[in-house]
Design a protein around this ligand. Structure first.
Ligand code: F0G
Length: 482
């Protein structure tokens, strides 16, 4: 839903910004893309950015800054200790969230490291609606375990549920009874739940879950990295909230939590991270970890220029027109593809459009990585780089067998304020072409398989000559130079 509606033309979402600085893109000829894919070991993480036409790998650290953000960078106050920029940033966040203390960190996972270091003990449990890779890794590294208690609907690929990121309170109560409240390190709710397709949590659900946790003395933590998308969905999908401003909704959410942390690579359109802490003694105890792992307390590993830009970025996040751009473009992309018969994760969420790869290439065995194969095919047929979010991103079971992912997705991220609608139309066109030629896509197998996080640096090869045949068919339809 965007603010502007049409009377004569088909309804499309409209950008409420204009382009001021551009970066030239190149679309390599099809055969050269095949060569690049081979050199990258059929892993899209290995491709140079200059060889990519549409980089939809992530929305992290690649969002477009505004003119005001860039202008603000010039007045950053460079100081190892006591930078005025830090105090301005702290004040802005306190104004928005109503929480006094800010601990700065270099990115989101650094915040997770520090929170886990402070609260997780061996044997303790962290309750989440759903994990994010790094948020889970920090808990398990310290001997804790994660319980993911999202509602059942959250894991259904096709649904009409407006808040698939909601946590199931009955499951939470059963978990607390089983583990004992004293063994629960914290309740972590992730806004805009990333790994189930950027799906939001409702305000009502956050309230219910945090009130229950508080009644038992369990600390409540919000991962606000994707809060901007979640705010948009609360305003547009939660009936009781539709007349509230984004600023009011943000404050109501913030009031529910003891700690709020974020990756500023997503939240605030910049790069960096931060932990907001309500309680004085919690803050004092966590301070030491910042100076030990991140940097001094007034920069925490961030560049002060980025911090100064973020102050403006946080304020822009309170503007409905600004935060509507991502979700309304994603909604357009998902709905058009659904109309063309392509299996997508529905309803559309934030962050990006998510393809249900399991259905898309249902002829590829789980062990030959359906989402990994599809993501490679998308680069071959259009120069589009997405991210595999399926079995390839899992680690093997201790006996060496594959751990088959519960949801096998390809994520096409939409960095905020970056792409125009014609570029999204191009992506829709190529995804549909690929869907019509899906039986030509074959599987992949590892030739170099790292033990941890294999999806980042692993090298694979196709199980047959399917990439050559696919490129031939593509050239027949679009010509050599596309
Ligand atoms: N929490 C959520 C919900 C995230 O999506 C991410 C990062 C992090 C924490 C960690 O933040 O990258 O700044 O250390 N998500 C990126 C992505 C990596 O591509 O989805 P970080």
């Amino acid at each position: 839903m965007s603010k502007i509606h049409f009377s004569y033309r088909k309804e499309v979402p409209v950008e409420m910004h204009k382009v001021k600085i551009v970066q030239k893109l190149t679309l390599l000829p099809a055969k050269e893309r095949l060569q690049k894919m081979k050199e990258a070991g059929f892993n899209t993480f290995g491709i140079h950015n200059g060889d990519i036409f549409m980089d939809m790998l992530t929305d992290s650290g690649v969002n477009a800054m505004s003119d005001n953000m860039q202008a603000a960078m010039l007045r950053a106050d460079d100081a190892y200790a006591g930078s005025e920029t830090f105090y301005r940033m702290n004040d802005k966040l306190t104004e928005i969230f109503g929480i006094e203390h800010l601990l700065p960190a270099h990115q989101g996972r650094a915040c997770e490291h520090i929170i886990a270091q402070y609260l997780v003990k061996p044997g303790s449990t962290v309750i989440m609606n759903y994990h994010f890779t790094t948020s889970k890794a920090h808990v398990t590294r310290l001997g804790g375990k994660v319980e993911e208690l999202v509602i059942d609907e959250g894991l259904k690929v096709s649904s009409t549920c407006p808040f698939k990121g909601n946590i199931d309170l009955n499951k939470v109560k059963a978990c607390v009874e089983k583990e004992g409240a004293e063994n629960i390190a914290y309740l972590r709710l992730e806004a805009g739940t990333n790994l189930i397709g950027g799906q939001p949590i409702s305000y009502a659900n956050m309230k219910e879950a945090t009130e229950y946790a508080k009644s038992l003395g369990i600390p409540t933590i919000l991962d606000a990295s994707l809060l901007q998308d979640n705010l948009y969905f609360i305003k547009t999908r939660e009936e009781s909230m539709k007349d509230k401003s984004i600023r009011e909704i943000t404050r109501m959410i913030a009031d529910l939590f003891d700690i709020i942390y974020f990756s500023a690579r997503k939240f605030g359109f910049g790069r960096g991270g931060g932990i907001l802490v309500r309680d004085d003694s919690m803050y004092t105890e966590m301070e030491d970890y910042i100076t030990m792992f991140e940097g001094f307390l007034t920069y925490g590993g961030m560049s002060v220029k980025e911090m100064e830009a973020l102050i403006i970025g946080f304020e822009e996040t309170m503007d409905f027109d600004t935060i509507a751009h991502g979700p309304s473009f994603i909604n357009y992309c998902v709905n058009e593809l659904v109309d063309l018969g392509v299996p997508m994760i529905t309803p559309a969420g934030g962050l990006g459009a998510h393809i249900d790869a399991k259905s898309f290439v249902d002829h590829i065995k789980a062990e030959e990585y359906p989402a990994g194969s599809l993501v490679a095919a998308l680069y071959l047929c259009g120069g589009i780089r997405g991210m595999e979010r399926g079995t390839l991103s899992e680690e093997r079971n201790p006996d060496g067998s594959e751990r088959i992912a519960s949801v096998e997705m390809v994520r096409l991220a939409l960095p905020r304020r970056v792409f125009t609608l014609s570029q999204i139309e191009y992506v829709i066109d190529r995804v549909k072409w690929l869907y019509d030629h899906r039986h030509m896509i074959g599987g992949l197998r590892f030739v170099h398989e790292p033990k941890t996080l294999r999806f980042f640096t692993g090298k694979l090869e196709p199980v047959s000559d399917w990439p050559e045949k696919l490129i031939e068919a593509y050239i027949k339809d679009f010509g050599e130079d596309q």
